[in-house]
Design a binder for this molecule. Structure first.
Ligand code: GTP
Ligand code: MG
Length: 477
Protein backbone atom coordinates (compact mmCIF):
# COMPACT_ATOMS: atom_id res chain seq x y z
CA UNK A 1 0.00 0.00 0.00
CA UNK A 2 1.07 3.56 -0.66
CA UNK A 3 3.10 5.54 1.86
CA UNK A 4 2.07 9.07 2.77
CA UNK A 5 4.37 12.06 3.29
CA UNK A 6 3.54 11.84 7.00
CA UNK A 7 5.35 8.50 7.45
CA UNK A 8 8.40 10.30 8.86
CA UNK A 9 6.62 10.66 12.23
CA UNK A 10 7.29 6.95 12.77
CA UNK A 11 10.90 7.85 13.62
CA UNK A 12 9.70 9.31 16.94
CA UNK A 13 8.61 5.88 18.12
CA UNK A 14 11.50 4.88 20.35
CA UNK A 15 12.32 1.23 20.51
CA UNK A 16 11.46 0.42 24.10
CA UNK A 17 11.83 -3.31 23.83
CA UNK A 18 12.78 -4.87 27.13
CA UNK A 19 16.41 -5.96 26.80
CA UNK A 20 18.43 -8.70 28.37
CA UNK A 21 18.69 -9.98 31.09
CA UNK A 22 15.67 -12.00 30.34
CA UNK A 23 14.04 -12.47 33.71
CA UNK A 24 11.27 -9.96 33.70
CA UNK A 25 8.77 -9.18 36.38
CA UNK A 26 5.66 -7.26 35.46
CA UNK A 27 3.96 -5.91 38.52
CA UNK A 28 0.46 -4.58 38.27
CA UNK A 29 -1.17 -2.66 41.01
CA UNK A 30 -4.75 -1.44 41.38
CA UNK A 31 -5.16 2.28 40.79
CA UNK A 32 -7.13 3.99 43.54
CA UNK A 33 -8.30 0.57 44.68
CA UNK A 34 -9.23 1.87 48.07
CA UNK A 35 -12.05 3.80 46.41
CA UNK A 36 -12.93 0.80 44.25
CA UNK A 37 -13.11 -1.50 47.28
CA UNK A 38 -15.19 1.00 49.26
CA UNK A 39 -17.65 1.57 46.44
CA UNK A 40 -18.05 -2.19 46.05
CA UNK A 41 -18.21 -2.76 49.80
CA UNK A 42 -15.35 -5.22 50.04
CA UNK A 43 -14.95 -6.81 53.45
CA UNK A 44 -12.16 -5.43 55.61
CA UNK A 45 -9.29 -6.02 55.94
CA UNK A 46 -9.54 -8.81 53.37
CA UNK A 47 -12.36 -9.76 51.09
CA UNK A 48 -11.93 -13.38 50.22
CA UNK A 49 -14.14 -13.14 47.17
CA UNK A 50 -12.14 -10.20 45.85
CA UNK A 51 -8.87 -12.08 46.38
CA UNK A 52 -10.30 -15.14 44.66
CA UNK A 53 -11.29 -12.91 41.78
CA UNK A 54 -7.71 -11.59 41.52
CA UNK A 55 -6.42 -15.19 41.63
CA UNK A 56 -8.86 -16.35 38.97
CA UNK A 57 -7.62 -13.51 36.75
CA UNK A 58 -3.98 -14.44 37.40
CA UNK A 59 -4.71 -18.05 36.39
CA UNK A 60 -6.25 -16.82 33.14
CA UNK A 61 -3.23 -14.62 32.49
CA UNK A 62 -0.88 -17.58 32.96
CA UNK A 63 -3.02 -19.69 30.67
CA UNK A 64 -3.16 -16.96 28.02
CA UNK A 65 0.57 -16.11 28.11
CA UNK A 66 2.71 -19.25 28.32
CA UNK A 67 5.88 -17.17 28.78
CA UNK A 68 4.75 -16.29 32.30
CA UNK A 69 6.01 -19.03 34.56
CA UNK A 70 5.07 -17.84 38.00
CA UNK A 71 3.01 -15.14 39.54
CA UNK A 72 2.53 -13.87 43.05
CA UNK A 73 -0.20 -11.62 44.31
CA UNK A 74 -1.75 -10.12 47.38
CA UNK A 75 -4.24 -7.35 47.95
CA UNK A 76 -4.64 -5.50 44.62
CA UNK A 77 -1.23 -6.31 43.16
CA UNK A 78 0.19 -9.15 41.14
CA UNK A 79 3.72 -9.85 39.92
CA UNK A 80 4.17 -12.00 36.85
CA UNK A 81 7.54 -13.51 36.12
CA UNK A 82 8.47 -14.03 32.51
CA UNK A 83 11.34 -16.25 31.52
CA UNK A 84 11.89 -15.10 27.98
CA UNK A 85 11.80 -11.66 26.43
CA UNK A 86 8.58 -11.60 24.49
CA UNK A 87 7.33 -8.09 24.95
CA UNK A 88 7.75 -5.25 22.57
CA UNK A 89 6.62 -1.82 23.57
CA UNK A 90 3.86 -3.09 25.73
CA UNK A 91 2.72 -5.18 28.63
CA UNK A 92 -0.38 -6.71 27.14
CA UNK A 93 -1.11 -9.24 29.83
CA UNK A 94 -1.71 -6.43 32.29
CA UNK A 95 -4.49 -5.25 30.08
CA UNK A 96 -5.80 -8.71 29.61
CA UNK A 97 -5.86 -9.03 33.38
CA UNK A 98 -8.13 -6.06 33.62
CA UNK A 99 -10.48 -7.40 31.03
CA UNK A 100 -10.60 -10.61 32.80
CA UNK A 101 -11.57 -8.94 36.04
CA UNK A 102 -14.48 -7.31 34.28
CA UNK A 103 -15.43 -10.51 32.65
CA UNK A 104 -15.41 -12.64 35.74
CA UNK A 105 -16.95 -10.02 37.97
CA UNK A 106 -20.46 -11.19 37.35
CA UNK A 107 -19.63 -14.78 38.20
CA UNK A 108 -17.97 -13.90 41.48
CA UNK A 109 -20.33 -11.16 42.60
CA UNK A 110 -23.56 -12.35 41.04
CA UNK A 111 -25.78 -9.78 42.72
CA UNK A 112 -23.53 -6.79 42.39
CA UNK A 113 -22.80 -4.54 39.48
CA UNK A 114 -19.85 -2.34 38.80
CA UNK A 115 -20.21 1.19 40.01
CA UNK A 116 -16.79 2.27 38.77
CA UNK A 117 -14.40 0.42 36.56
CA UNK A 118 -11.20 -1.08 37.98
CA UNK A 119 -7.90 0.16 36.55
CA UNK A 120 -4.40 -1.16 37.06
CA UNK A 121 -0.98 0.40 36.73
CA UNK A 122 1.81 -1.77 35.38
CA UNK A 123 5.57 -1.67 35.87
CA UNK A 124 8.39 -3.70 34.42
CA UNK A 125 11.28 -4.84 36.61
CA UNK A 126 14.24 -6.50 34.93
CA UNK A 127 16.01 -8.97 37.17
CA UNK A 128 19.64 -9.44 36.31
CA UNK A 129 19.94 -12.79 38.05
CA UNK A 130 17.84 -15.40 39.77
CA UNK A 131 19.10 -14.03 43.11
CA UNK A 132 17.61 -10.62 42.33
CA UNK A 133 14.33 -12.33 41.53
CA UNK A 134 14.54 -14.22 44.80
CA UNK A 135 15.04 -11.00 46.76
CA UNK A 136 12.21 -9.38 44.86
CA UNK A 137 9.84 -12.20 45.81
CA UNK A 138 10.95 -12.10 49.42
CA UNK A 139 10.37 -8.34 49.47
CA UNK A 140 6.84 -8.63 48.07
CA UNK A 141 5.87 -11.45 50.39
CA UNK A 142 7.29 -9.59 53.33
CA UNK A 143 5.18 -6.59 52.38
CA UNK A 144 2.18 -8.89 52.19
CA UNK A 145 2.77 -10.10 55.77
CA UNK A 146 3.42 -6.62 57.10
CA UNK A 147 0.45 -5.03 55.34
CA UNK A 148 -1.86 -7.80 56.30
CA UNK A 149 -0.89 -7.68 59.93
CA UNK A 150 -1.17 -3.91 60.01
CA UNK A 151 -4.58 -3.92 58.31
CA UNK A 152 -5.91 -6.68 60.54
CA UNK A 153 -4.88 -4.65 63.61
CA UNK A 154 -6.27 -1.45 62.13
CA UNK A 155 -9.73 -2.81 61.37
CA UNK A 156 -9.93 -4.66 64.71
CA UNK A 157 -9.29 -1.33 66.44
CA UNK A 158 -11.92 0.34 64.25
CA UNK A 159 -14.40 -2.44 65.08
CA UNK A 160 -13.70 -1.88 68.78
CA UNK A 161 -14.94 1.70 68.43
CA UNK A 162 -11.85 3.73 67.46
CA UNK A 163 -11.93 6.06 64.47
CA UNK A 164 -9.66 5.13 61.56
CA UNK A 165 -7.40 8.06 62.40
CA UNK A 166 -7.09 7.01 66.06
CA UNK A 167 -6.30 3.46 65.01
CA UNK A 168 -3.60 4.74 62.61
CA UNK A 169 -2.08 6.80 65.44
CA UNK A 170 -1.91 3.77 67.71
CA UNK A 171 -0.16 1.69 65.06
CA UNK A 172 2.15 4.45 63.93
CA UNK A 173 5.84 3.94 64.47
CA UNK A 174 8.31 5.99 62.52
CA UNK A 175 11.60 4.50 61.61
CA UNK A 176 14.54 5.54 59.49
CA UNK A 177 13.98 3.69 56.27
CA UNK A 178 16.90 5.15 54.33
CA UNK A 179 19.06 8.22 53.88
CA UNK A 180 18.46 10.68 51.08
CA UNK A 181 21.28 11.88 48.82
CA UNK A 182 22.15 14.85 51.05
CA UNK A 183 22.41 12.54 54.06
CA UNK A 184 19.17 13.43 55.83
CA UNK A 185 17.26 10.45 57.18
CA UNK A 186 14.03 9.56 55.40
CA UNK A 187 11.44 8.49 57.92
CA UNK A 188 8.79 5.98 57.04
CA UNK A 189 5.99 4.30 58.90
CA UNK A 190 6.93 0.87 60.09
CA UNK A 191 4.66 -1.76 61.50
CA UNK A 192 5.38 -2.91 65.03
CA UNK A 193 5.64 -6.64 64.63
CA UNK A 194 6.27 -9.05 61.80
CA UNK A 195 5.24 -12.62 61.37
CA UNK A 196 6.68 -15.01 58.86
CA UNK A 197 4.26 -17.16 57.03
CA UNK A 198 5.27 -20.78 56.94
CA UNK A 199 5.02 -20.82 53.16
CA UNK A 200 8.04 -18.82 52.07
CA UNK A 201 7.90 -18.34 48.35
CA UNK A 202 11.47 -17.04 48.23
CA UNK A 203 12.86 -19.99 50.20
CA UNK A 204 14.67 -22.94 48.70
CA UNK A 205 12.26 -25.35 50.38
CA UNK A 206 9.42 -23.86 48.31
CA UNK A 207 11.18 -22.96 45.09
CA UNK A 208 13.55 -25.83 44.51
CA UNK A 209 10.95 -28.56 44.79
CA UNK A 210 8.93 -27.22 41.86
CA UNK A 211 10.31 -28.80 38.73
CA UNK A 212 8.89 -26.24 36.30
CA UNK A 213 10.38 -23.33 38.22
CA UNK A 214 13.74 -25.07 38.40
CA UNK A 215 13.65 -25.83 34.72
CA UNK A 216 12.59 -22.43 33.50
CA UNK A 217 14.21 -20.09 35.98
CA UNK A 218 16.88 -22.09 37.79
CA UNK A 219 17.25 -22.87 41.46
CA UNK A 220 17.66 -20.61 44.48
CA UNK A 221 21.18 -21.29 45.71
CA UNK A 222 20.61 -19.84 49.16
CA UNK A 223 17.81 -18.69 51.35
CA UNK A 224 17.39 -14.98 51.77
CA UNK A 225 18.97 -13.47 54.81
CA UNK A 226 18.56 -9.71 55.03
CA UNK A 227 16.16 -8.14 52.56
CA UNK A 228 17.41 -5.03 50.86
CA UNK A 229 14.43 -3.37 49.11
CA UNK A 230 16.53 -0.48 47.73
CA UNK A 231 18.70 -2.97 45.88
CA UNK A 232 15.60 -4.42 44.20
CA UNK A 233 14.10 -0.99 43.55
CA UNK A 234 17.25 -0.06 41.64
CA UNK A 235 16.12 -2.55 38.99
CA UNK A 236 12.75 -0.88 38.49
CA UNK A 237 12.41 0.11 34.89
CA UNK A 238 11.65 3.85 34.86
CA UNK A 239 10.87 5.32 31.52
CA UNK A 240 10.06 8.99 31.97
CA UNK A 241 8.70 10.78 28.94
CA UNK A 242 10.54 13.87 27.81
CA UNK A 243 9.21 17.06 29.44
CA UNK A 244 7.40 19.71 27.37
CA UNK A 245 6.50 17.33 24.58
CA UNK A 246 3.10 16.17 23.43
CA UNK A 247 2.55 12.63 24.65
CA UNK A 248 0.58 10.29 22.45
CA UNK A 249 -0.60 6.98 23.85
CA UNK A 250 -1.53 4.71 20.96
CA UNK A 251 -3.43 1.58 21.82
CA UNK A 252 -4.19 -1.25 19.44
CA UNK A 253 -6.36 -4.34 19.76
CA UNK A 254 -4.33 -7.54 20.17
CA UNK A 255 -5.19 -10.13 17.51
CA UNK A 256 -8.36 -8.25 16.72
CA UNK A 257 -8.86 -10.11 13.46
CA UNK A 258 -9.69 -13.14 15.63
CA UNK A 259 -11.81 -11.12 18.04
CA UNK A 260 -13.80 -9.65 15.12
CA UNK A 261 -14.26 -13.09 13.53
CA UNK A 262 -15.40 -14.73 16.75
CA UNK A 263 -17.91 -11.95 17.35
CA UNK A 264 -19.03 -11.92 13.71
CA UNK A 265 -18.33 -8.23 13.14
CA UNK A 266 -19.47 -6.99 9.78
CA UNK A 267 -16.77 -6.86 7.11
CA UNK A 268 -14.88 -4.73 6.41
CA UNK A 269 -16.38 -2.33 8.96
CA UNK A 270 -18.77 -2.85 11.78
CA UNK A 271 -20.20 0.55 12.70
CA UNK A 272 -21.51 -0.67 16.06
CA UNK A 273 -18.01 -1.94 16.95
CA UNK A 274 -16.59 1.47 16.03
CA UNK A 275 -19.25 3.19 18.12
CA UNK A 276 -18.28 0.98 21.05
CA UNK A 277 -14.61 1.98 20.63
CA UNK A 278 -15.72 5.63 20.50
CA UNK A 279 -17.75 5.33 23.71
CA UNK A 280 -14.61 4.06 25.46
CA UNK A 281 -12.54 6.94 24.08
CA UNK A 282 -15.13 9.45 25.34
CA UNK A 283 -14.90 7.82 28.78
CA UNK A 284 -11.08 8.16 28.68
CA UNK A 285 -11.33 11.89 27.97
CA UNK A 286 -13.85 12.29 30.78
CA UNK A 287 -11.73 10.32 33.24
CA UNK A 288 -8.25 11.66 32.41
CA UNK A 289 -8.29 15.45 32.36
CA UNK A 290 -4.84 15.61 30.72
CA UNK A 291 -6.04 13.80 27.59
CA UNK A 292 -7.16 16.60 25.32
CA UNK A 293 -7.75 14.90 21.99
CA UNK A 294 -8.03 11.44 20.60
CA UNK A 295 -8.31 9.87 17.20
CA UNK A 296 -9.46 6.34 16.48
CA UNK A 297 -9.77 3.99 13.56
CA UNK A 298 -10.39 0.23 13.35
CA UNK A 299 -9.00 -1.36 16.55
CA UNK A 300 -6.64 1.50 17.42
CA UNK A 301 -6.94 4.78 19.26
CA UNK A 302 -4.39 7.56 19.81
CA UNK A 303 -4.74 9.68 22.94
CA UNK A 304 -2.97 13.04 23.08
CA UNK A 305 -1.94 14.36 26.49
CA UNK A 306 -1.33 18.06 26.92
CA UNK A 307 2.25 19.21 26.56
CA UNK A 308 2.79 20.20 30.18
CA UNK A 309 1.04 17.14 31.60
CA UNK A 310 2.44 15.89 34.91
CA UNK A 311 0.17 12.86 34.95
CA UNK A 312 1.88 10.00 36.84
CA UNK A 313 5.15 11.96 36.71
CA UNK A 314 5.16 11.31 32.94
CA UNK A 315 6.14 7.71 33.57
CA UNK A 316 5.48 5.86 30.32
CA UNK A 317 4.41 2.46 31.61
CA UNK A 318 2.18 4.03 34.25
CA UNK A 319 0.35 6.25 31.77
CA UNK A 320 0.06 3.55 29.10
CA UNK A 321 -1.28 0.96 31.49
CA UNK A 322 -3.71 3.36 33.19
CA UNK A 323 -5.23 4.41 29.87
CA UNK A 324 -5.24 0.97 28.32
CA UNK A 325 -6.74 -0.73 31.33
CA UNK A 326 -9.40 1.94 31.70
CA UNK A 327 -10.24 1.76 27.99
CA UNK A 328 -10.34 -2.02 28.11
CA UNK A 329 -12.65 -2.20 31.08
CA UNK A 330 -14.97 0.35 29.48
CA UNK A 331 -15.04 -1.83 26.36
CA UNK A 332 -16.26 -4.78 28.41
CA UNK A 333 -18.63 -2.68 30.50
CA UNK A 334 -20.19 -1.00 27.45
CA UNK A 335 -20.40 -4.13 25.33
CA UNK A 336 -24.03 -4.93 26.18
CA UNK A 337 -25.20 -1.41 25.29
CA UNK A 338 -23.85 -1.75 21.77
CA UNK A 339 -24.40 -5.47 21.23
CA UNK A 340 -27.45 -6.37 23.34
CA UNK A 341 -28.01 -9.56 21.34
CA UNK A 342 -24.37 -10.69 21.25
CA UNK A 343 -22.56 -12.46 24.03
CA UNK A 344 -19.00 -11.34 24.73
CA UNK A 345 -17.28 -14.65 24.07
CA UNK A 346 -13.85 -13.82 25.44
CA UNK A 347 -11.98 -10.87 26.79
CA UNK A 348 -10.36 -8.61 24.22
CA UNK A 349 -6.99 -7.09 25.03
CA UNK A 350 -5.11 -4.03 23.84
CA UNK A 351 -1.45 -3.14 23.79
CA UNK A 352 -0.19 0.39 24.12
CA UNK A 353 2.83 2.57 23.54
CA UNK A 354 3.84 6.12 24.44
CA UNK A 355 5.43 8.47 21.91
CA UNK A 356 6.61 12.06 22.43
CA UNK A 357 6.30 14.78 19.79
CA UNK A 358 8.24 18.01 20.32
CA UNK A 359 5.98 20.44 18.43
CA UNK A 360 2.31 20.81 17.59
CA UNK A 361 3.22 20.70 13.88
CA UNK A 362 4.74 17.25 14.27
CA UNK A 363 1.87 16.16 16.45
CA UNK A 364 -0.54 17.22 13.71
CA UNK A 365 1.54 15.32 11.17
CA UNK A 366 1.25 12.28 13.43
CA UNK A 367 -2.53 12.60 13.47
CA UNK A 368 -2.53 13.20 9.72
CA UNK A 369 -0.50 10.00 9.28
CA UNK A 370 -3.12 8.02 11.19
CA UNK A 371 -5.95 9.60 9.18
CA UNK A 372 -4.24 8.95 5.84
CA UNK A 373 -3.73 5.35 6.99
CA UNK A 374 -7.42 5.15 7.86
CA UNK A 375 -8.35 6.25 4.36
CA UNK A 376 -5.84 3.97 2.60
CA UNK A 377 -6.84 0.91 4.65
CA UNK A 378 -10.53 1.61 4.41
CA UNK A 379 -10.46 2.05 0.67
CA UNK A 380 -8.42 -1.12 0.22
CA UNK A 381 -10.60 -3.16 2.59
CA UNK A 382 -13.84 -1.92 1.03
CA UNK A 383 -12.56 -2.99 -2.41
CA UNK A 384 -11.20 -6.28 -1.10
CA UNK A 385 -14.44 -7.36 0.55
CA UNK A 386 -16.55 -6.15 -2.41
CA UNK A 387 -14.46 -8.44 -4.64
CA UNK A 388 -14.68 -11.35 -2.19
CA UNK A 389 -18.44 -10.90 -1.76
CA UNK A 390 -18.75 -10.95 -5.57
CA UNK A 391 -17.32 -14.48 -5.60
CA UNK A 392 -13.54 -13.94 -5.97
CA UNK A 393 -11.19 -15.89 -3.70
CA UNK A 394 -9.18 -13.85 -1.19
CA UNK A 395 -5.94 -14.35 -3.13
CA UNK A 396 -7.64 -13.36 -6.42
CA UNK A 397 -8.96 -10.22 -4.75
CA UNK A 398 -5.45 -9.44 -3.46
CA UNK A 399 -3.97 -9.89 -6.91
CA UNK A 400 -6.60 -7.69 -8.51
CA UNK A 401 -5.77 -4.88 -6.07
CA UNK A 402 -1.99 -5.23 -6.27
CA UNK A 403 -0.42 -1.96 -7.43
CA UNK A 404 -3.74 -0.17 -7.94
CA UNK A 405 -4.00 3.56 -7.22
CA UNK A 406 -6.88 5.31 -5.41
CA UNK A 407 -8.62 6.18 -8.68
CA UNK A 408 -8.58 2.58 -9.92
CA UNK A 409 -9.91 1.35 -6.59
CA UNK A 410 -12.78 3.80 -6.81
CA UNK A 411 -13.49 2.49 -10.32
CA UNK A 412 -13.60 -1.08 -9.03
CA UNK A 413 -15.99 0.04 -6.28
CA UNK A 414 -18.15 1.82 -8.85
CA UNK A 415 -18.60 -1.53 -10.65
CA UNK A 416 -20.31 -2.77 -7.48
CA UNK A 417 -22.43 0.37 -7.22
CA UNK A 418 -20.36 1.75 -4.35
CA UNK A 419 -19.50 5.45 -4.37
CA UNK A 420 -16.52 5.61 -2.01
CA UNK A 421 -17.08 9.26 -1.19
CA UNK A 422 -20.65 8.54 -0.17
CA UNK A 423 -19.61 5.98 2.47
CA UNK A 424 -20.29 7.12 6.05
CA UNK A 425 -17.71 9.64 7.29
CA UNK A 426 -16.94 7.47 10.36
CA UNK A 427 -15.39 4.92 7.96
CA UNK A 428 -13.55 7.35 5.66
CA UNK A 429 -12.34 9.85 8.26
CA UNK A 430 -12.08 7.86 11.49
CA UNK A 431 -13.30 9.33 14.79
CA UNK A 432 -11.99 12.40 16.58
CA UNK A 433 -12.88 12.87 20.22
CA UNK A 434 -12.42 16.16 22.05
CA UNK A 435 -14.08 18.61 24.45
CA UNK A 436 -16.16 21.61 23.52
CA UNK A 437 -17.68 24.21 25.79
CA UNK A 438 -21.45 24.22 26.02
CA UNK A 439 -23.87 26.55 27.72
CA UNK A 440 -25.93 24.97 30.45
CA UNK A 441 -28.56 26.47 32.67
CA UNK A 442 -28.16 25.44 36.30
CA UNK A 443 -30.98 25.94 38.78
CA UNK A 444 -29.63 27.07 42.13
CA UNK A 445 -31.66 28.29 45.10
CA UNK A 446 -34.65 29.12 42.97
CA UNK A 447 -32.73 31.09 40.33
CA UNK A 448 -31.28 29.99 37.00
CA UNK A 449 -27.62 30.58 36.22
CA UNK A 450 -26.01 30.12 32.81
CA UNK A 451 -22.67 28.33 32.95
CA UNK A 452 -20.08 26.99 30.53
CA UNK A 453 -19.43 23.27 30.79
CA UNK A 454 -17.02 20.94 29.03
CA UNK A 455 -18.66 18.31 26.90
CA UNK A 456 -16.77 15.49 25.17
CA UNK A 457 -17.95 14.95 21.60
CA UNK A 458 -17.14 12.59 18.72
CA UNK A 459 -16.76 13.98 15.20
CA UNK A 460 -15.90 12.37 11.89
CA UNK A 461 -13.97 15.15 10.24
CA UNK A 462 -10.84 15.99 8.30
CA UNK A 463 -8.09 16.64 10.86
CA UNK A 464 -5.37 16.90 8.23
CA UNK A 465 -6.62 20.28 7.06
CA UNK A 466 -5.73 23.49 8.84
CA UNK A 467 -9.41 24.46 9.03
CA UNK A 468 -10.20 21.87 11.74
CA UNK A 469 -7.51 23.24 14.06
CA UNK A 470 -8.52 26.82 13.31
CA UNK A 471 -12.11 25.97 14.19
CA UNK A 472 -10.97 24.43 17.48
CA UNK A 473 -8.03 26.54 18.64
CA UNK A 474 -8.52 25.47 22.27
CA UNK A 475 -7.38 21.89 21.69
CA UNK A 476 -3.67 22.46 21.08
CA UNK A 477 -3.52 25.86 22.74
P1 GTP B 1 -2.16 -7.21 16.19
O1 GTP B 1 -2.62 -5.78 16.36
O2 GTP B 1 -0.81 -7.32 15.61
O3 GTP B 1 -2.33 -8.01 17.44
O4 GTP B 1 -3.15 -7.92 15.10
P2 GTP B 1 -4.62 -7.54 14.70
O5 GTP B 1 -5.29 -8.79 14.30
O6 GTP B 1 -5.29 -6.73 15.76
O7 GTP B 1 -4.43 -6.69 13.38
P3 GTP B 1 -4.33 -5.12 13.13
O8 GTP B 1 -4.31 -4.35 14.41
O9 GTP B 1 -3.23 -4.89 12.18
O10 GTP B 1 -5.66 -4.79 12.35
C1 GTP B 1 -6.91 -4.73 12.95
C2 GTP B 1 -7.75 -5.90 12.49
O11 GTP B 1 -8.98 -5.87 13.23
C3 GTP B 1 -8.16 -5.82 11.05
O12 GTP B 1 -7.25 -6.44 10.23
C4 GTP B 1 -9.48 -6.56 11.03
O13 GTP B 1 -9.23 -7.95 10.88
C5 GTP B 1 -10.03 -6.33 12.42
N1 GTP B 1 -11.09 -5.29 12.43
C6 GTP B 1 -11.02 -4.04 12.91
N2 GTP B 1 -12.20 -3.39 12.78
C7 GTP B 1 -13.05 -4.28 12.21
C8 GTP B 1 -14.43 -4.24 11.83
O14 GTP B 1 -15.12 -3.21 11.98
N3 GTP B 1 -14.96 -5.36 11.27
C9 GTP B 1 -14.23 -6.49 11.09
N4 GTP B 1 -14.81 -7.57 10.55
N5 GTP B 1 -12.94 -6.57 11.44
C10 GTP B 1 -12.35 -5.48 11.98
MG1 MG C 1 -4.61 -4.85 16.36
Amino acid sequence: MANSKYEYVKSFEANDEVMFPNLIVVRIDGRDFRRFSEVHEFERPNDEKALNLMNACAISVLEEYPDIVFSYGFSDEYSDIIAEVMMQNSIPHCFFFLFDICYKMEGVFPHERYEISPTFNGRVICCATIEVLQEYLAWRQNDCHANNQYNTCLWKLVESGKTEKEAQEILKEEDIAKYSENGTPVKRLRRKARILHSENIAGRSFWNVHQNLLKQLGCFAEDIGKINPDYIRSFLFENKLMPSTWIVIRIDGCHFHRFCDVHAFEKPNDVQALNLMNSCAVAVLEEFQDVIFSYGVSDEYSFVLKKDSKFLQRQASGIVSAIVSFFSSMYVMNWKSFFPQKELKYTPSFDGRAICYPSSEILRDYLAWRQVDCHINNQYNTCFWALVKSGKSKSDAQNTLKGTQALEKNQILAQFGIDYNALPAILRQGSSVFSVKEDVVIHENGSSVEKLRNKVIVEYCNIIEQSFWEAHPGILD
